[in-house]
Design a protein. Structure first.
Length: 342
């Protein structure tokens, strides 16, 4: 991986890594994935098969991706390029997916194969009805929302969080996201931003950082939960800090759908946090055959506005939620599917 680095008190760490597959490896993996059926028909069998296929990566590249998910001092985001793609794609689904007429499942294999190197794909009933593969597509009714259906507004810097009745939305949330591009937006203007907490801390003054490390904030539940379960009203978490953990390996939590600061000083710190994210963020314009591995605890991500035409050729990403272990969220597991949670 090449990398962008940040100095810490202990050492220099990477916050953005880039991996590119050789053409021969891309073609070999692509041919194997093209022969595989729809992975949702037998997800555990599919995950085992994808482990076999992705074990064919050159050892150095395989270790880079594995290390990304293993260690605290690795980049917060990995940019993987020259991945195989489906030879033919159907129209971008107009309802937010999935596409019922997709003839091959190379993209799904890429998404789940990369996910399996980081942990286990999981689903939540309140996000895409528990699907393991999320189609991230602009939808007319959601154009102005702070959700994956949006397009015309800047999607604020956030983690993907999960509503939890225990009052903490930063416990059950995914450890990683994988975002893979099937089709770019028409003008190629949509950019994904990632702001690593280590970079953010480096530009904050001590007082702001002290406030952000204090339990002075309440996270609003994800937009999908507000829309589908709560009838549009706020559902706020217990008071939490935005930043936790050691200076060299901090964890950060921020909801896209709104954070309610509990004091005026906390609100000023929250405003400074969003400005700091814009100052330090890495920017990636995803194209077909490219994916982002996002550590959902080390940093925050965002998306710039773009123009959706709803013509079957709009931007189309696929996303997974990945947990290193499902053990600590076993209290949420559904009876019918051990990968899907309430």
């Amino acid at each position: 991986m090449t990398a962008t680095t940040v100095e810490t008190a202990a050492r220099t760490v990477q916050t953005l890594g880039t991996t590119e597959l050789p053409d021969s490896v891309r073609d070999s993996i692509g041919a194997q994935l093209a022969a595989e059926p729809d992975p949702t028909l037998n997800i555990d069998r599919a995950m085992a098969r994808y482990h076999q296929i992705f074990a064919g990566l050159p050892l150095d590249l395989l270790q880079q991706i594995l290390d990304f998910g293993r260690h605290t001092d690795t980049p917060g985001v990995g940019y993987v390029r020259n991945l195989p793609v489906d030879e033919r794609l159907p129209a971008t689904p107009s309802n937010g997916g999935p596409a019922p007429d997709k003839p091959t499942f190379v993209a799904e294999g890429v998404l789940l194969g990369l996910s399996g190197l980081l942990g286990e794909p999981v689903g939540f009933r309140t996000e895409k009805n528990g699907q393991l593969i999320h189609d991230v597509i602009p939808v007319p009714g959601g154009a102005m929302t702070q959700t994956n259906q949006g397009s015309t507004v800047f999607l604020n810097f956030h983690n993907d969080i999960v509503h939890d009745a225990i009052g903490r939305y930063d416990v059950s949330n995914p450890d990683f996201l994988v975002l893979s591009c099937l089709r770019a937006d028409h003008e190629g203007m949509a950019a994904t931003h990632y702001a690593d907490a280590r970079d953010i801390i480096s530009v904050l003054d001590p007082r702001t950082l002290e406030l952000l490390r204090s339990p002075l904030f309440r996270l609003n539940a994800p937009g999908s939960y507000i829309r589908d379960v709560a009838g549009g009203g706020e559902v706020l978490s217990d008071p939490v800090a935005m930043i936790n953990g050691p200076e060299g390996s901090p964890e950060i939590a921020c909801s896209a759908n709104g954070v309610r600061a509990m004091t005026t000083a906390a609100q000023a710190a929250l405003d400074r946090l969003q400005a700091a994210c814009r100052e330090v963020a890495h920017q990636v314009f995803l194209r077909p055959g490219e994916a982002l591995l996002i550590n959902n605890r080390k940093g925050l991500h965002a998306r710039t506005p773009f123009t959706a035409r709803y013509d079957g050729a709009d931007r189309w990403l696929q996303r997974t939620y990945v947990r290193r272990s499902q053990w600590t969220i076993r209290y949420r597991q559904t009876a019918e599917d051990r990968r899907v949670h309430y």
